[in-house]
Design a protein around this ligand. Structure first.
Ligand SMILES: Nc1ncnc2c1ncn2[C@@H]1O[C@H](COP(=O)(O)OP(=O)(O)OP(=O)(O)O)[C@@H](O)[C@H]1O
Ligand SMILES: [Mg+2]
Length: 412
């Protein structure tokens, strides 16, 4: 029988592609080795959201099939990504009286405090995915990271609550049910990507991850080791393709080839004309037209990114700069463009340092799936000794909030 507690699985349900990563955990250190990878084109998603249950369910099934054949491990449960502009980051605070007669703060006080800080503070029709405690204050003493075991009477919290719209979370659960996968946790895709590409030092210093997907661009800002802000913009690299298709009066398939082979974030120079071969036909385009179309779209996207960074209150104050993930980060000269536009350090991030069948894992489009696998390895589910239910016996509605404090474990 397979020992499921020794495997960790991440499934990134991206708008264009479903990717899954299976890690085998070392018995003593818990370090994962990649033993299975799956990558399948997705359908039935719009702007990060499930709009047709069967499309993503099929893609999940196929991607898991690939990974299962590679690893010989049958996947029953995994940590899953959620995406979409409905994902909301809300700053919140709250206060409770310490309940014990000896005024010793215990875990129950902290749970009660988190409830006080979240109930009624998050807009209606939202499910809380995560509460990220930034700091506690005990009888006026500030900046306490963990108050359990301390003595006092009045306990306060400052936290960030990440929430998602209930219908979108519900659709994701329904898709997972169809694919017979039990979610161990549901994590915003950019937060999972951050887990795979950021170092502890960067998290501490201040850094932003920008996940450039096909249909969305997501931002997560970290400082002092904690997630400070997250947001999803409903525009992605596919918009560049669509603009090229319209502007160059060509098919989206040809426009995609133009983007991949002749597209650049900063204008490329060279011959005036470029040609693309698709389905046996060669078409010629003006290089200036391509440069202009991409420039206009990126300008719009980065204006929106800049606005989100401003909302996070960290604009131009990111000592460790920004790390780009997602397939869109592979556009030529994206790093240079990001540096120029945002005025901070930038690099493309990928999950590195894994042994095993990890060939493409270090590419930016795999960051989310790799991060989800790492988070799965740290989930309560693994901490408590493994899976109970098999594929086909999944139960919905158990993921939201299950990975409480998981983000805190970035520091682990
Ligand atoms: N070499 C490349 N140059 C430019 N763009 C690229 C390159 N490779 C992939 N892309 C683009 O990356 C996008 C897909 O990225 P990714 O796989 O990260 O998206 P996704 O996770 O499916 O979508 P989302 O995160 O928005 O739900 C596509 O628009 C694709 O054209
Ligand atoms: Mg994605």
């Amino acid at each position: 029988m397979q020992d499921s507690s020794r495997y960790a699985v991440g499934i990134d349900i991206g708008t264009t592609t479903v990717r899954c990563v299976v890690g085998h955990l070392d018995a003593t250190t818990g370090t994962p080795t990649i033993v299975g990878v799956g990558e399948v084109i997705n359908t039935g998603m719009r702007k990060g959201n499930v709009v047709n249950l069967n499309g993503p369910a099929q893609a999940i099934d196929d991607a898991l099939g690939e990974a299962e054949r590679m690893s010989g491990y049958e996947v029953n449960s995994a940590t899953i990504s959620i995406n979409g502009s409905h994902i909301l980051s809300t700053s919140t605070d709250g206060m409770v009286a310490v309940s014990a007669a000896d005024h010793l703060v215990d875990h129950e006080d902290v749970v009660r405090l988190e409830e006080v800080a979240t109930v009624g503070k998050v807009p209606a029709n939202r499910e809380i995915l995560e509460v990220v405690p930034h700091s506690y204050r005990l009888d006026g003493q500030d900046n306490i990271k963990d108050p359990v075991g301390m003595t006092g009477t009045r306990l306060e919290i400052n936290a960030n609550v990440i929430s998602a719209m209930v219908p979108q979370v519900g659709a994701l659960h329904s898709t997972l049910d169809l694919a017979k996968v039990t979610p161990n946790g549901i994590i915003p895709s950019v937060v999972a990507a951050a887990k795979a590409v950021l170092s502890e030092q960067q998290l501490e210093n201040g850094v932003a991850v920008i996940d450039m997907g096909g249909a969305t661009t997501s931002i997560a800002v970290f400082e002092e080791g904690d997630l400070q802000y997250a947001a999803v913009i409903p525009v992605g690299s596919n918009n560049i393709t669509n603009d090229l298709a319209i502007g160059l009066k060509t098919d989206p398939e040809v426009a995609e080839q133009v983007k991949l082979h002749h597209g650049s974030a900063t204008p490329l120079t060279g011959s005036d004309k470029v040609s693309v071969k698709h389905a046996g036909e060669t078409t010629e385009f003006d290089r200036d037209d391509i440069n202009e179309i991409i420039e206009a779209r990126l300008e719009e996207m980065f204006e929106a990114i800049g606005k989100e960074l401003k909302k996070a209150g960290k604009h131009a104050k990111l000592p460790s700069g920004v790390v780009l993930t997602g397939g869109g980060a592979k556009l030529k000269h994206m790093v240079d463009y990001t540096k120029q536009t945002l005025g901070v350090a930038a690099r493309v991030g990928g999950a590195t340092g894994f042994g095993g069948v990890a060939e493409h894992i270090d590419e930016p489009q795999f960051a989310t799936a790799a991060g989800l696998m790492l988070l799965d390895a740290q989930s309560d589910h693994h901490q408590n000794g493994g899976h109970k239910s098999g594929r086909g016996k999944s139960t919905a509605n158990q993921a939201g909030g299950m990975l409480k404090r998981l983000l805190g474990r970035f520091k682990a």
